[in-house]
Design a protein around this ligand. Structure first.
Ligand SMILES: Nc1ncnc2c1ncn2[C@@H]1O[C@H](COP(=O)(O)OP(=O)(O)OP(=O)(O)O)[C@@H](O)[C@H]1O
Ligand SMILES: [Mg+2]
Length: 453
């Protein structure tokens, strides 16, 4: 599952290794071949020049002393490496001693006939390079033993071949390291996926080496995706658990009431039993509707009807809804909102969000408490504050109040599903606005919605 501990090679990016392998091998092979061809061409050229020089000397001797006297006057002093033959009408006129030892038979005549200027003949441990000069009546054949040059070139070939092999080996090692670096993260990805499939545990992650290459990016992004999936699955599980828990109470009540109403000894009025069942099924419907609403808004499947809204009108609309309850709780309500403050949004959805905040401000307020609603335009933002003087929210509960079905212990005495603020948050988020909260236990709570122009 885990990648090996960081080492020198693992820090080199895969891309660099592959480039290194490809460029290094091709460049090195090209340079070695080039060097070999330059060296071999230079050495062979040197041999050809020395044969041509020898040939020129013989031609000068022929000019000076005449062809018939050449065997007596030839300046060639039986140089060890050179062999010379002068033919008159294809019959030997002069043959140097070391030429005779070679026993070349018809090989020279064959090459003279083929009209080649230069040719090479290999004998046991010697290699002779010949030059032929053909005049109308005579032919000069000069040969040189080039075995030492060929041996040298043979050595060069061996060295260069060895170097090419060594370079290819280095390239292959580089390639293999790169391949290993590619395969290790892929193996780790596969093993992590297999582990999650086998165990169903989403907490496993790909162990990544910081190589800053594409595979590192892929591993990091998969880990991030797994983080997200883990959070989503956890919240889904919690929601299902909470919904099941919250459905159990009204459903049990419906069951008990129905059983009671159906039993023969029951004194329960069937109409009262039905009314109680209706009440409980209303609670279930409200819970399910709210959950569906939140999901639809969060996933964006519920389209918003965006329009220009006068904020004062929106606030008045919400207050109208709660007029009676505010009066009943003897709450002192103050509203400060300039009539020329406008926002863009879905009127019904925003009214739903404000109603939930208002509902909380009333529900969790103290007797004869206060609620103040204030709208302020600050730079390019519009801030709407809803403040109450209620029981407040404990600091430990504050991070969770926007989660579905979360209710602080202190508020359990009041009726509620714990879905109001989740809905508010979803609506506010869909409007690309923000909601913030500040609260002090026993002193009150202040919610602030920030709209952008
Ligand atoms: N103004 C407030 N004063 C004190 N506590 C609050 C206030 N608003 C929210 N809370 C706390 O946050 C929790 C979540 O609020 P939310 O509106 O989501 O649920 P609820 O009011 O309990 O139920 P519902 O709104 O679904 O009827 C509440 O249970 C309460 O503990
Ligand atoms: Mg509420």
């Amino acid at each position: 599952m885990f990648l090996k501990k960081s080492n020198f090679f693992s820090k080199i990016s895969v891309k660099i290794l592959l480039w290194y392998s490809a460029i290094f091998i091709s460049n090195a092979i090209f340079l070695f071949l080039l060097a070999y061809f330059i060296v071999s061409a230079t050495l062979r050229d040197k041999e050809t020049t020395s044969i041509s020089l020898e040939m020129e000397k013989i031609l000068l001797d022929i000019q000076k002393y005449g062809l018939s006297n050449i065997d007596k006057h030839i300046s060639h002093k039986e140089k060890e490496d050179f062999v010379i033959e002068i033919l008159f009408k294809n019959k030997p006129l002069y043959v140097s001693e070391n030429f005779k030892k070679l026993e070349l038979g018809n090989k020279i005549i064959e090459n003279i006939k083929s009209k080649k200027k230069f040719f090479t003949i290999n004998l046991d441990d010697k290699t002779f390079k010949f030059q032929i000069y053909q005049a109308t009546s005579y032919t000069i054949v000069v040969g040189k033993n080039v075995a030492s040059t060929e041996e040298l070139l043979e050595k060069f070939r061996e060295i260069f071949f060895g170097m090419i092999l060594f370079t290819m080996l280095l390239g292959i090692i580089g390639g293999l390291i790169a391949l290993r670096k590619i395969l290790l993260p892929i193996k780790s990805i596969t093993q992590t996926a297999q582990y999650i499939i086998n165990t169903g545990k989403l907490n496993e992650r790909i162990k990544v080496e910081n190589t800053q290459d594409e595979l590192y990016d892929l591993s990091v992004i998969i880990n991030k995706m797994l983080d997200k999936i883990e959070v989503l699955v956890k919240s889904l599980k919690e929601t299902i658990d909470n919904v099941a828990h919250d459905l159990r109470t009204p459903l049990t009540r419906i069951k008990i009431t129905s059983e009671l109403a159906l039993s023969e000894q029951s004194k329960l009025n069937p109409k009262d039993a039905l009314l109680s069942c209706l009440d409980e099924s209303d609670k279930i419907l409200t819970l399910l509707n709210a959950i569906v609403d939140i999901s639809q808004i969060e996933t964006g499947s519920l389209k918003l009807n965006i329009e220009r809204i006068q904020l004062k009108k929106l606030i008045d609309d919400v207050i109208d809804l709660y007029d009676y309850v505010i009066e009943e709780h003897n709450i002192n309500l103050s509203v400060k909102c300039n009539e020329n403050i406008y926002i863009y949004g879905d009127f019904n959805r925003l009214r739903q969000a404000l109603s939930n905040l208002m509902d909380n401000a009333i529900k969790y307020n103290k007797p004869n408490g206060k609620i103040s609603i204030k709208a302020l335009e600050i730079n390019d933002k519009i801030c709407l504050f809803i403040r109450d003087t209620g029981i407040g929210i404990d600091a430990k509960d504050l991070p969770y109040i926007f989660e579905r079905l979360y209710r602080a212990d202190k508020s359990r005495s009041k009726q509620g599903l714990g879905l109001g603020l989740s809905l508010v948050k979803a609506i506010i988020k869909a409007h690309e606005a923000k909601i913030k909260v500040k609260s002090k236990l026993t002193c009150g709570t202040i919610f602030c919605i920030i709209f952008h122009h």
